[in-house]
Design a protein around this ligand. Structure first.
Ligand code: TXE
Length: 489
């Protein structure tokens, strides 16, 4: 079956092109998918435009749209094992992580199935008996939804579930590195009853299909998750036609540990925050900012446990972490390690590819810890998106906050402390979209997710994640019309 989905039918690429999909554990192609041309992308946008302008979806009763979202959640659960297996082959992440992703995605569809039913329209008291003033909400229109490779299914779901719930029509573009789970999701959306043209799927490289999805006048909204440089390009692309553009562009996330935190728990949370999914997480806690009096002990604990992380195939239940997503990405990570050394950071562990025989085919990299870091270093300021933890030390709470906020990004941060009041004070002072106190990593569909600063604008999840796909309209009805009598002539 072909892989592009345009106007309700599965199609091959206009020029017959395909792209290999690589298993990051073997380094080999295990399948290939159809690769869209710029014309295919334009056809997908045109189909979404027709479905919005002439189709029934935007005015379909919200109850019916809600049912389709709920049905999609059920279908995701039905196909959970197959999708999780695909996601692991495609991304390298462990099967345990992929299963959690599918569960989370089903939860997001269920959440928006409920949330779209909440009435957000309102009447406004304008102080006149003869006037009814209402603020109502309409879907924004045609939405290009562009996702990256680290959480392929999850990130496209955070976009498409609220977009469909709001009554928008969509063109989905997963990363060319990890297209497969999105293909599966689109099949499920069609099976759940989404009408033709409402969901379209385009696979392919950003530079080829990107312009049709981000510049064309027929697109009303772009929601993008990915790297900073691409996000900046997409923001510029949307400026000409004044689109609504929301972007989530990763982070350089501080993890602040005070001396009164439980040490073993803090070590564990720092380890998980930095090395889960080999650090390929936009909210990874890659900057450890630790109180000086416990720094040596905490860092020794993290290093000792980092060395014991079991790398391996995501399909092997004993693996705790898989490979990096691609050869090119591993090279980027290696470049940052070389940079850290050149900048004078002290390598405590890692800093190389693992030597074990069974890890030679995959794009593995050892969990890496750099001590002696400071904020002038690029490895402290730039997103490496790999298993690299940097360590900075502080003496006072004010210093900890200043360090944690000294980043151009602002996606997420954590603080570990036994002092509840201090935890709340630091959380209030951090300029980040999510703050965890005595935890690191959890999120829920009900709570907004998004960045401050260069981590992006707009929100996903929660009520605001739905509001992105709606626009308000003020309707003023005068029940007793009479002349304005402004002009007297
Ligand atoms: O991302 P890109 P890349 C960060 C991470 C990583 C860096 C680069 O630091 O090393 O980004 O990764 C599509 N018009 N994050 O190069 O290019 C592309 O096809 C339209 C953080 O893989 O941003 C893919 O679907 N689309 C991030 C998507 O953009 C374009 C997660 C993301 O790819 C396009 C992943 C264009 N001109 C990487 N060019 C996070 N926020 O979690 C590319 N794309």
């Amino acid at each position: 079956m072909p892989d592009l989905f345009i106007d309700g039918s599965w199609r091959a690429s206009g020029d017959g092109g395909t792209r290999d999909v690589i298993d990051p554990f073997t380094g080999q192609a295990f399948t290939a998918v159809d690769e869209a041309t710029a014309d295919d992308a334009a056809a997908a946008v045109a189909a979404a435009r027709r479905a919005f302008d002439d189709g029934a979806w935007p005015s379909t009763p919200v109850d019916d749209r809600s049912k389709i979202l709920r049905r999609t959640a059920e279908l995701l659960e039905r196909d959970k094992e197959e999708i999780a297996h695909t996601e692991t082959l495609d991304t390298g992440k462990t099967l345990a992580e992929s299963r959690i992703d599918v569960d989370d995605v089903a939860a997001v569809f269920r959440y928006y199935a409920d949330e779209v039913l909440v009435d957000v329209d309102r009447t406004v008291d304008v102080g006149r008996d003869d006037v009814v003033s209402r603020v109502v909400h309409a879907p924004v229109g045609v939405c290009s939804l562009i996702a990256p490779w680290n959480y392929p299914l999850l990130q496209i779901a955070w976009k498409v579930a609220p977009a469909l719930g709001a009554g928008c029509t969509t063109v989905l573009k997963p990363s060319e590195v990890t297209p497969l789970s999105t293909v599966h999701l689109v099949r499920l959306l069609a099976e759940a009853g989404v009408p033709d043209g409402v969901v379209n799927l385009v696979l392919g490289g950003g530079p080829t299909v990107g312009p049709a999805l981000t510049e064309h006048d027929d697109v009303d909204l772009v929601s993008f998750t990915g790297g900073l440089a691409t996000g900046q390009r997409i923001l510029r692309a949307g400026a000409e036609s004044v689109k609504r553009v929301t972007v989530e562009l990763g982070g350089k996330n501080p993890h602040v540990v005070f001396a009164d935190a439980d040490l073993a728990t803090a070590v564990d949370l720092v380890l998980t925050g930095a090395f889960l999914h080999s650090g390929q997480v936009c909210s990874a806690g890659t900057r450890l900012i630790v109180e000086e009096s416990i720094a040596d002990e905490l860092v020794a604990g993290v290093v000792e446990r980092a060395r014991r992380i079991r790398l391996g195939s995501g399909l092997d239940p004993s693996s705790e972490s898989g490979p990096l997503v691609s050869a090119a990405h591993r090279e980027k990570v290696e470049g940052y390690v070389a940079l850290g050394l050149a900048e004078g950071a002290r390598l405590l562990t890692g800093g190389k590819r693992p030597a074990a025989e069974h890890l030679q085919t995959g794009f593995f990299y050892e969990p890496t810890v750099f001590d002696g870091c400071d904020r002038s270093m690029r490895i402290v300021q730039e997103e490496t998106f790999g298993p690299i933890l940097t360590v900075e030390r502080f003496r006072t709470e004010a210093e900890a906050v200043a360090l944690a906020n000294d980043t151009a990004y602002g996606l997420a941060g954590g603080v570990q402390t036994a002092d509840v009041a201090r935890g709340e004070r630091v959380a209030a002072a951090l300029r980040h979209g999510t703050v965890w106190i005595n935890d690191f990593g959890p999120y829920v569909p009900q709570a907004e997710w998004g960045g401050w600063g260069r981590s992006g604008n707009g929100r996903e999840l929660g009520p605001e994640g739905l509001a992105e796909y709606r626009q308000s309209k003020h309707v003023w009805r005068n029940a007793a019309p009479k002349p304005a009598d402004w002009f007297t002539g």
